[in-house]
Design a protein around this ligand. Structure first.
Ligand SMILES: [Zn+2]
Length: 286
């Protein structure tokens, strides 16, 4: 779960985007343009929150369909394909909702079914993974505590908010993640929304296999990089790696939380990591 900066230089003029989507066959009327500018300004003001923004009563019926259909132009080999590419590049190959990999789809933060006016509004389009896209569902009205975070507008505080439970056994190491109820986040609504999203998209199930892969990779690093792999050196290595990871994914990432948890686990640092190694690495001299 993280914020994405929508760089001003990459933010195309939203009205021009709609003109490009419509192409020569469909002019935008003066009234439509005025209504759209108004809607976009409100969106900015309310940070795209579905509980605060009512769907337009103007862009409904066939007029709404014009806008919904315009979204097709973001597909491959269509007029707005480059918009899709730009938005996906902002996510830098990490889904902003779950923190997992492959943010290959574009999600309408406010669903286009209800909010036709935001169908091709760039700031309403967020790259995320297929699973999050499916799990998020529509957010229209309702309880503010049950609204998804908007990666472009909500600032996720730079604190650790993921709790990791580690299980180091003789044959395996596994970890589960959950939202830390003690995370130091002063904004109670923001905290409630983060918790809601974390649970709604089931982050733990989503990244389960990535976690195993990640522990295996770090175990291989330890066996190859740490010269004298005693518990202190292994823990130091993991802590150092966590600091590097903070700068890559922010300290709120599951990777950082996991590394710190591994560093403080004596069983893991005193050799438990070896159970994750493929045989060839385990037998190799350190
Ligand atoms: Zn995701």
């Amino acid at each position: 779960m993280r914020s994405i900066r929508f760089p001003a230089e990459k933010a195309p003029d939203a009205i021009e985007v709609i003109r490009a989507a419509f192409g020569v066959g469909r002019e935008l009327t003066t009234v439509e343009e005025a209504r759209l500018r108004e809607a976009f300004a409100r969106y900015e003001e309310e940070h795209g929150r579905g509980d605060l923004l009512s769907p337009s009563e103007y862009f409904v019926g066939e007029l709404g369909d014009d806008f919904r259909n315009a979204y097709i132009q973001t597909y491959e080999n269509r007029r707005l394909e480059s918009l899709r590419t730009t938005l996906k590049s902002l996510a830098a190959n990490r889904c902003p909702r779950c923190g997992g990999s492959r943010p290959g789809t574009l999600d309408h933060h406010l669903p286009k079914k209800e909010y036709a006016e935001f169908s091709v509004y760039p700031k309403n389009l967020v790259a995320c993974c297929q699973e999050c896209n499916g799990k998020k569902g529509a957010t229209v009205g309702g309880n503010p505590e049950e609204t998804f975070l908007h990666p472009y507008f909500d600032s996720i505080p730079p604190v650790a908010f993921i709790k990791v439970d580690l299980d180091v056994q003789e044959t395996h190491v596994t970890a589960t993640v959950s939202f830390d109820p003690d995370a130091p986040i002063a904004d109670t609504l923001l905290k409630a929304r983060m918790k809601y999203q974390f649970e709604k998209i089931d982050v733990n199930a989503r990244i389960e296999s990535e976690i195993i892969e990640y522990i295996t990779e770090r175990s291989a690093n330890i066996s190859q990089m740490v010269e004298a792999p005693n518990p202190t050196n292994v823990a130091d290595y993991l802590r150092q790696y966590a600091i590097t990871t903070d700068s890559l994914y922010t300290c709120g990432s599951w990777q950082s939380a996991l590394l710190r948890k591994l560093a403080e686990n004596h069983d893991f640092c005193s050799g438990g990591y070896k159970v994750m190694l493929p045989q060839s690495l385990e037998d190799a001299p350190a």
